[in-house]
Design a protein around this ligand. Structure first.
Ligand SMILES: *[C@@H]1O[C@H](CO)[C@@H](O)[C@H](O)[C@H]1NC(C)=O
Ligand SMILES: *[C@@H]1O[C@H](CO)[C@@H](O)[C@H](O)[C@H]1NC(C)=O
Length: 976
């Protein structure tokens, strides 16, 4: 949330009241971005442009096993400066390119990867480099069809597959690592040239610079633009280290779409920012910031940054992970429909780029999450509905909100408390006037295994009666101002505040100790809490009301002497990491923590969930929120959602209902509202809205098995929970730009949430010649090989939700007040036959809150429907133990290796049954439906068969209570 908004009346949001854009820099207001773009402009204008960077061939040194090499790099414009290049190829074909200044005035920031990466990647020992006269190159891959070529002069790195260029680094010669220099040395070198004592107009600094480094101006430009100091609004950045930016062009000569680099409020397939007809004028910016009332269509940076991009074409997907912690701007150009150019401009840091060769989206996700980790498997309850507001103002308020949910039979799992629970915004410290009995209150919430989430922000009120601040000063773990000694002071919710430097290892155990309910810890610890109290980390960009761009001065100093500018984008992730560890370690044995973060970086998926920050209650924000959540999903961070209802404003009932439809199909599902908004808990709605929202919530709860199975898959394979078309159907060009409908995991569910007013029907794109069934009405739609649009009903009470033919979807359909109450509920299986009469699906289940699944305590089932014989119309529906089969492609080797059929969890749900099967698309009425020698009860409604190329209501076979176990092997034979 953001500060000054509470001063405004937000009854309705006028269209003109938008972001305070002037609080945030455009590229032309950031010296290094200006320089980077100017470099690009000079290169474009000059047909003879040639990168001055080259490899000194004589310096090339292969590692003993020839799997990696290092080399000296020189820039012809600064021959006295040295750079070192280090290129290696990992086991999975990922190429890592690193370059740093060697023996410079000081060390460039080189620690971004150490925070982002799960572990140091393993360098391949089978791939070997070959040294030639003008290049070094390596071939690899199952068919030796990948090749990396590193050309010496100019330096250029190319990854090809089957002879076709996939990724090219420095192909356009925009590589530039500004070496460290001092103001004095630059001035001296200017003086070094005979400047006449008089009669020389030194105003023209260009001439001087040109003479100082005769070859420099064509490349670096003619002025010291923003080298030594910069002022933005009233803030001056003293830039004590001078210029040190990094520019690199990364091109995809055969890919017409690029995705990723969240967080931006824009389309999933990134529109261009440069070149003729560019959609945006500014590059995409990555600089974590608390942007008040952000624009719904913009390249402005938002709360988090993941410098990971994918490029896609019908036969290739590749990725770029540019591990940089400082502010970064990315220009995207599209010289032809089939090619994409990008230009990355960063303020500081070494060059450290991972090239992910794909060649499929699934390969890229595996490669990326091998580097930065897969999303943590959330607690099962965390996939339920979260009710939040700034603020539930007292214990009694919380109790009465809970009571109203129960009276109205509306399911909810989690109640949230925003900053007003804390006395003077001293987090952890309850305001006992309003919350006299916090532990009793939480215990009331816990009565039906609900949970509480309480906010803990990173700014600490600077007062010695706040033990958290006092201990932080004693331990000396606060962020410093530029002298490196004095604690930094800034302004935030708590007034005059200080910030813990989580880069300082001394802060780690101390921070974790604060969350211990019974101690032991360093000193103070949170006795007024419970093991079911989870945490929300907000404002961790960090947001600082009186700081430049509402954040921290870049010259502030962190542990190790690094400037804040070096690690700004990583900062929020460490807070999230440590809080998540703290919540996990609070219980013994540990339980899965839930920690929501606003700020994030590559790797944040390991620590919990994120949301899209302070959105507006407008249709535009609702729509772009879907795209933003998709962008996070494909950038490794699946556990994402946007505030249902919009943070600002008072959505009318229609909008609120649609927003629940959006939230119910997002991985993270929370309603939240600004303090100045009217209360809008679902029970306050009039009919029919209230009943529609209740139904949507029940739909979400019925699908928890689908969500949990998808999350489990994401946690072991890296495949996202939400899959846009290009991921699910990588060859179907018609889907590459689609970002308003998507698939949920591998379930076969395709949803298109409605994000427009007055809608009664929606167009849904079907990417293939396959039958798709309406989830609710069983209407069968038939797609076409090159894609086809169909019209699906979408009245207010309807959500366009289709099941792809060939899927089996497990659900639990008993309405309950919270998800833990569903633990022993029976299952329904929806068997959606494909055009050939077959289907398959999966279900994963474990205890949902501990780590005992890692010891093999879970069930993982495969359901299949197969024709009895090739020619027969009947099908056999079976349940098999996928875990026992230990499929080779499963990544989760450890847990699978420990799996045993008789594990404790499997035993605990032995009595849980399948209560219903719904089979869609049978060609005719069955003659018998049996399990073993037992005839089952069933009903059949004739309709369209899966193989018919017709639209209409599908035939429906309902098999009632077959008395089969969800965790056992069984077969049902449907004779037709
Ligand atoms: C963050 O999390 C990882 C686990 O993914 C852990 O290994 C690492 O040490 C943590 N700590 C910090 C400070 O990032
Ligand atoms: C589907 O509709 C969209 C716009 O509504 C259009 O751009 C697209 O070309 C259509 N696709 C097909 C296969 O008709």
């Amino acid at each position: 949330m953001w500060a000054f908004c509470s001063l405004l009346a937000l009854a309705a949001i006028p269209a003109t009241l938008a972001v305070k854009a002037h609080d945030f820099k455009t590229c032309s207001q950031a010296g290094f971005c200006r320089r980077g773009r100017a470099l690009s402009a000079r290169a474009t204008e000059n047909p003879a442009w040639r990168s001055p960077y080259s490899i000194d061939a004589s310096s090339l040194a292969l590692s003993p096993d020839q799997a990696s090499f290092t080399a000296a790099v020189k820039s012809s414009i600064y021959p006295e400066v040295n750079f070192g290049l280090d290129i290696r190829i990992h086991d999975d074909g990922v190429v890592r390119v690193r370059m740093d200044e060697v023996g410079g005035l000081r060390k460039r920031y080189d620690e971004a990867a150490s925070w982002a990466l799960l572990e140091e990647p393993k360098v391949s020992h089978s791939i070997q480099w070959t040294v030639a006269k003008d290049k070094v190159h390596a071939k690899y891959g199952a068919k030796n069809n990948f090749e990396v070529v590193v050309a010496y002069e100019p330096l250029k790195v190319t990854l090809s597959r089957n002879g076709q260029e996939q990724v090219v680094l420095n192909g356009r010669g925009l590589l530039h690592m500004e070496h460290y220099r001092t103001k004095e040395s630059v001035a001296q070198s200017k003086q070094g040239i005979a400047v006449p004592e008089e009669g020389f107009d030194t105003d023209d600094s260009q001439v001087v610079l040109e003479q100082a480094h005769p070859r420099a101006a064509w490349f670096e430009g003619e002025t010291e633009d923003g080298w030594w100091e910069e002022t933005f609004n009233s803030f001056t950045d003293p830039k004590p280290r001078g210029p040190e930016s990094l520019s690199l062009d990364i091109d995809f000569p055969n890919h017409g779409h690029v995705y990723g680099i969240p967080q931006h409020a824009t389309r999933l397939s990134l529109p261009t920012t440069t070149g003729e007809g560019a959609y945006y004028s500014d590059p995409y910016r990555l600089y974590n910031a608390d942007v008040f009332e952000y624009l719904a269509d913009s390249t402005m940076s938002l709360y988090g940054s993941i410098p990971f991009m994918q490029a896609h074409s019908a036969d290739s997907t590749v990725g770029i992970f540019n591990v940089i912690g400082s502010e970064t701007w990315i220009d995207v150009g599209r010289p032809t429909l089939k090619a994409t150019t990008t230009h990355w401009i960063s303020e500081t840091g070494i060059l450290d780029v991972f090239i992910l060769p794909g060649p499929t989206p699934a390969d890229v996700f595996a490669q990326y999450t091998r580097l930065t980790g897969t999303p943590a498997l959330p607690a099962h309850w965390a996939l339920g509905y979260h009710q939040c507001r700034w603020n539930y103002i007292s214990s009694e308020d919380v109790r009465s909100v809970q009571q109203r949910f129960d009276e109205e039979d509306i399911p909810v799992d989690v109640f949230w408390l925003d900053i007003e629970y804390a006395e003077d915004h001293k987090y952890f410290m309850w305001d006992h006037k309003l919350f006299p009995d916090p532990v009793d209150m939480i215990k009331d919430v816990e009565a039906i295994e609900r949970k509480m989430v309480v906010i803990v922000d990173p700014h600490l009120k600077r007062t010695n009666d706040y033990p958290v601040y006092k201990e932080a000063t004693e331990l000396d773990v606060l962020v410093k101002v530029k002298d490196g000694k004095t604690d930094y002071e800034g302004w935030c919710w708590s007034g005059s505040s200080a910030w813990v430097d989580f880069f300082n290892p001394k802060s780690w155990d101390w921070w974790k100790g604060l969350f211990k309910i019974n101690g032991p810890s360093y000193g103070w610890h949170w006795t007024e809490s419970t093991e079911n109290t989870h945490i929300w980390n907000d404002m961790n960009e960090p947001s600082i009301f009186n700081g430049p761009e509402i954040s921290m001065p870049r010259e502030n100093i962190h542990y190790g002497g690094w400037e804040h500018r070096d690690l700004h984008n990583i900062n929020g992730m460490l807070f999230h990491n440590l809080t998540s560890q703290a919540v996990m370690e609070r219980s013994n044995p540990p339980k899965r923590p839930f920690v929501l973060t606003r700020s994030f970086y590559a790797g944040s998926q390991r620590f919990g969930a994120m949301w899209t920050g302070d959105n507006l209650g407008t249709w535009e924000h609702m729509g772009v929120g879907v795209k933003m959540v998709l962008a996070n999903n494909i950038a490794g961070f699946s556990f994402a959602g946007s505030d249902v209802g919009g943070f600002f404003g008072n959505p009318e009932p229609e909008m609120l209902v649609r927003w629940y439809g959006v939230g119910a199909f997002a991985p993270f599902f929370r309603a939240h509202a600004h303090i100045d908004t009217k209360r809008r808990e679902p029970y306050l709605l009039d009919e029919p809205y209230k009943s529609i929202v209740r139904d949507i919530l029940r739909l979400r709860y019925s699908m928890l098995p689908v969500w949990y199975t998808a999350f489990r898959e994401a946690s072991v394979t890296g495949l996202p929970v939400l899959r846009p078309h290009y991921v699910a159907m990588p060859h179907d060009e018609g889907g590459f730009a689609i970002d308003d409908q998507y698939f949920i995991g591998s379930s076969g569910l395709l949803v298109k949430p409605v994000t427009h007013k007055s809608v009664t029907e929606e167009t849904v794109y079907l990417p293939e010649d396959q039958v798709y069934y309406d989830y609710f009405s069983h209407q069968a739609y038939r797609g076409a090989a090159k894609g086809k649009n169909v019209t699906v009903p979408a009245e207010l009470h309807q959500i366009p939700l289709l099941i792809r033919g060939g899927s089996i979807v497990p659900t639990r359909e008993r309405p309950r007040r919270s998800s833990p109450l569903m633990k022993r509920d029976p299952f329904t299986l929806r068997v959606a036959l494909d055009k050939d009469g077959n289907a398959r699906g999966e279900l994963y289940l474990d205890d949902g809150e501990t780590y005992s699944h890692r010891e093999g305590n879970f069930i993982w089932r495969e359901f299949a429907a197969q024709k009895l014989t090739k020619k027969s119309k009947g099908v056999r529906i079976s349940s098999r133990n996928l875990a026992a089969q230990k499929p080779a492609e499963a990544v989760d080797h450890v847990a699978l290796a420990k799996y045993d059929d008789g594990n404790d969890f499997a035993k605990s749900i032995a009595g849980v049954r399948v209560e219903k099967l719904v089979v869609l698309g049978l060609p005719a009425k069955p003659t018998s439906v049996s399990a073993g020698d037992k005839e089952l009860q069933w009903t059949y409604t004739p309709g369209i068969s899966a193989s018919e190329k017709k639209e209409g209501t599908a035939s429906v076979l309902v098999i009632k209570d077959p008395k089969l176990s969800i965790s056992g092997d069984w077969d049902i034979v449907v004779q037709v």
